[in-house]
Design a protein around this ligand. Structure first.
Ligand code: G3P
Ligand code: CA
Length: 269
């Protein structure tokens, strides 16, 4: 049988979820650096806002799972968040590497990607869309503009797309910066999915659907239907070889994974 990559066209994009986060602590600069070294086509990150208005890369509302601190990101200042160790929970020892210490500011991630010497996409997911009335999306778009990261790759410059489970967040991005591609994330069968199957639009004018792998395993026919309707499909979080194979068979455009090196290897790259 030909290598998996040869059976798909165009080649599936490999997106490092929270960095190379199986190997290294998620959302740390070290995990993103590793993902870029491993050859990931894109990196995914979750973005939250601190009490003093800084964008930081943290998945959970609270920092207890991924640091030696406690508290809610949006109620803490950047300085407070920078004082904690975001690596030790995974490595099992206090971090001496500065790339594992302190919360990761989105700015630092953008610098890393811009300076990595090859074009890479950023898949940025905004969290808590309702509570801050668009502040996260507004700050994010301003930051992308400052870094000259547009919706398309230009030379070695990265591009960005914006992802959310929330149609409110995607609508905001559509209104403020319609050129940025939007990804509507889907976790489970919602009434909305029925409408999608009937040909209804994705929320927020998104042209990319982002279903979870659990949903795809349960409803594999969703992918061909979404593709038939003209949407790209980016699936998360795909770490098992059999799931990678399923994604390839279904013709997804992107695989979002905690294990970019393994997936790239499976794709013959
Ligand atoms: O890439 C999409 C995926 O990250 C969404 O789920 O919970 O990991 O942010 P979550
Ligand atoms: Ca995410």
């Amino acid at each position: 049988m030909p290598p998996a990559a040869a059976r798909t066209a165009p080649p599936v994009q490999v997106i490092a979820h929270r960095g190379s986060s199986h190997a290294l602590p998620e959302h740390t600069l070290a995990a993103y650096r590793r993902a870029l070294d491993e050859g990931a086509d894109a990196v995914e990150c979750d973005v939250r806002v601190t009490a003093d208005g800084h964008l930081v890369c943290v998945h959970d509302r609270r920092i207890g799972r991924v640091s030696n601190g406690r508290g809610t990101v949006s109620a803490m200042t950047l300085a407070e968040l920078e004082a904690y160790d975001f690596g030790a929970w995974k490595t099992g020892r206090p971090s001496t590497d500065p790339e594992l210490r302190g919360v990761l500011r989105l700015e630092r991630l953008l610098e890393l990607v811009v300076d990595c010497g090859r074009p890479v996409d950023l898949a940025i997911e905004t969290k808590h869309p309702v509570r801050f009335r668009g502040r996260v999306e507004a700050e994010l778009l301003a930051m992308l503009e400052r870094f000259k990261i547009g919706p398309e790759r230009e030379g070695d410059r990265p591009s960005a797309r914006i992802m959310s489970f929330s149609s409110i967040a995607l609508n905001r991005v559509a209104a403020a910066a319609p050129d940025y591609r939007r990804v509507f994330l889907i976790e489970r069968m919602l009434p909305l999915l029925g409408r999608l199957r009937e040909g209804g639009p994705l929320p927020g004018g998104a042209r990319i659907a982002g279903p979870g792998i659990d949903l795809i395993r349960a409803k594999p026919d969703l992918v061909p239907r979404l593709r038939e309707l003209g949407h790209e499909v980016h699936v998360w979080t795909v770490d098992e070889p059999a799931d990678v194979e399923l994604c390839l068979e279904l013709g997804v455009a992107a695989i979002i994974t905690n294990k970019p090196a393994e997936v790239l290897k499976q794709l013959g790259r």
